[in-house]
Design a binder for this molecule. Structure first.
Ligand code: PAF
Length: 285
């Protein structure tokens, strides 16, 4: 019978546990999260359980990836629910570190930064965000001795930056991208969806509908970036409560923005505020 999940809160304890697993010949999967887990996270954990002998899920709202006016303090948290979901999905350890154990020398000490890939899209609007993400992910990769780490394609720019970081540093860990999971009506799953109150939940569907409009136009042969972006924009701007932060079409591997004509492989990425909640979404056209 599978052992019940354990909770580890201390970085050294996690390092010791994962080292022991390695010595015992086990492969380790890591699923980094900020908690408040939903079916999208569950799909990452299940993929990790399938691919690895033991799975560590980290549950940590990372302060260094939030700007001063962002929602660090109010980011939703529910450790008991997260633990139950991880146990059910077959994880071995839920790692719930304190800020002090992950940042023993303070939050402005060593940084890991990937240049250029984080300059546009979310990076342009959230200065320092990706530097916080790469720094914490590097810490988690080192502490967990992971063979494979699992990330959702919902955070497409994040996934691309993490792949580049691992490649540049020669980290001995495979980064596995897992498909974005949507509600049955198309809304991309996100921990922040809980903040969509009243009509905002319904209005939030404009992101998906905008992406589908651009995808249909692309399928009809359109390759002008501006026209594809316009198709998505028109749908989104039909909802008064939605305000576009960015919509771009880019190369899916390098995230280079197509300014004029696109190629044949095109990723559309967007961030839109709906009822005060910042939502991101993306789709391969
Ligand atoms: O995608 C997230 O939830 C976070 O950015 C991550 C990768 C767990 C780092 O804090």
């Amino acid at each position: 019978m599978r052992e019940k999940i354990s909770v580890i809160r201390n970085a050294d304890e996690l390092k010791t546990w994962t080292r022991q697993q390695k010595l015992a010949g086990k492969t380790i999967g890591l699923v980094p999260t900020m908690g408040y887990l939903h079916a999208g996270h569950r799909s990452l954990i299940e993929a990790a359980v399938k691919a690895c002998d033991v799975v560590v899920v980290s549950d940590f709202v990372n302060p260094t990836q939030f700007g001063p006016s962002e929602d660090y303090a109010t980011y939703p948290r529910d450790e008991a629910k997260d633990l139950a979901l991880c146990d059910e999905a077959g994880a071995s350890v839920l790692f719930v570190p304190t800020v002090e154990t992950l940042y023993p020398n303070g939050q402005d000490s060593a940084w890991v930064e990937v240049n250029h890939l984080g300059d546009h899209f979310c990076g342009a609007q959230r200065p320092g965000h990706f530097r916080g993400v790469t720094t914490v992910v590097m810490k988690l990769l080192l502490l967990s001795h992971a063979d494979k780490a699992f990330f959702g394609e919902k955070d497409y720019q994040q996934l691309t930056i993490i792949r580049r970081m691992v490649s540049d540093f020669g980290v001995d860990c495979e980064i596995v991208g897992c498909p974005l999971v949507r509600e049955s009506d198309g809304l991309a799953l996100s921990s922040r969806n809980v903040n969509l109150k009243g009509n905002a939940r319904k209005d939030a569907l404009v992101l998906y509908r905008g992406l589908l409009a651009a995808k249909a136009l692309f399928a009809s042969g359109e390759r002008r970036s501006e026209a594809l972006i316009e198709a998505a924009k028109n749908v989104i701007e039909s909802v008064a409560e939605a305000s576009i932060q960015y919509i771009e079409v880019a190369d899916p591997d390098t995230l280079d923005i197509f300014k004029d004509k696109t190629g044949e492989r095109v990723q559309m990425l967007m961030a839109v505020r709906v009822g005060g909640v910042r939502l991101i979404d993306n789709m391969r056209l």
